[in-house]
Design a protein around this ligand. Structure first.
Ligand code: DHB
Ligand code: FE
Length: 282
């Protein structure tokens, strides 16, 4: 058994919670009117469920115990990013004229090591998995190439684990920032990730089990693409014919985000192109 299989929901949860607190700033500028409206609607949705489904005290207490556990193990970032974030992303970007985005998920770490293109992501000497080259262009919606654009990428390893969230993996493993050349081109050398299973041994896992669901996300690369005076895109890329493209537990797959890598003729792995179009800042 590899050390990585010892990653627990409590581990990933605690680290994702810590990471959220470090990364995300939010002001308390949500107005009373807005909080009143949103909180009232959310509570009403639960109350309606209780009334319409005739929820029993047994079920109510099971929910209470479960919510307490989600908090204790730090799994709120996991729960929210799997079941809610996709809707927030759809609303946030519905009118944006750029390449498609999708959820960020809980495992982004800013300030990964920067390389001028072409770059190879930091990886272990014996990093398992098929070598993969992802390359393409970053342009503005008007077609202008964006020089010095930042392509940040992070993804799980061949066993489905993320560095900095599962134990025993070097800090920046399979995480990096590649800068585009003067034609807006980027090229990233990495390995193909495996499908990802959200931790099954914690509160989220308990819910999945109790509801008879599955815990899988399709194999994916996470990216943030940004350039001066342009709107940053947070997205993911998936793999044609991969498992769970149609039943992603996080509901974050879009047809535009599916790659179809081809074998490289010298047998050294696979390669695929993907271009990013960024909208200008309003
Ligand atoms: C979760 C993990 C991911 O890798 C991801 O992309 C989305 C959600 C999660 O465990 O919540
Ligand atoms: Fe992920």
């Amino acid at each position: 058994m590899s050390v990585e299989t010892q990653a627990t929901a409590a581990d990933s949860g605690a680290k994702a919670t810590e990471r959220f607190r470090a990364n995300k700033s939010f002001t308390s500028e949500v107005t009373t009117e807005r909080v009143n409206k949103l909180a009232s609607r959310a509570i009403k949705a639960l109350v309606d469920t209780v009334v319409e489904e005739k929820v029993t005290y047994e079920e109510y207490n099971a929910l209470k115990a479960w919510l307490i556990q989600v908090g204790e193990t730090g799994e709120w970032p996991l729960f929210l990013d799997v079941w809610i974030e996709h809707a927030v992303e759809e609303v946030a970007n519905e009118n944006r004229e750029s390449s498609k985005g999708t959820i960020e998920g809980p495992y982004y770490v800013p300030n990964s090591p920067v390389q001028q293109t072409p770059g190879t992501l930091p990886m272990r000497e014996d990093e398992p998995g098929t070598p993969l080259v992802l390359h393409g262009k970053v342009t503005s919606v008007d077609g202008n190439p964006l020089t010095g654009a930042k392509v940040e990428i992070w993804h799980a390893d061949d066993l489905g684990f993320y560095s900095q969230f599962a134990p025993g993996i070097p800090e920046w493993n399979l995480r990096g920032t590649i800068l585009t050349d003067d034609e807006g081109r980027y090229e990233i050398h990495t390995v193909q990730p495996a499908p990802y299973q959200i931790p099954t041994d914690g509160a989220c896992g308990k819910l999945i089990d109790a509801a008879g669901w599955h815990a899988w996300r399709p194999a994916h690369l996470h990216l943030k693409v940004s350039a001066e005076n342009h709107q940053l895109i947070t997205t993911q890329l998936y793999f044609q014919a991969g498992e769970h493209l149609t039943d992603d537990i996080a509901s974050a797959v879009k047809p535009e985000l599916i790659l179809d890598p081809q074998d490289v003729t010298d047998g050294s792995g696979r390669e695929v192109g993907y271009d990013f179009v960024l909208a200008t800042v309003n």
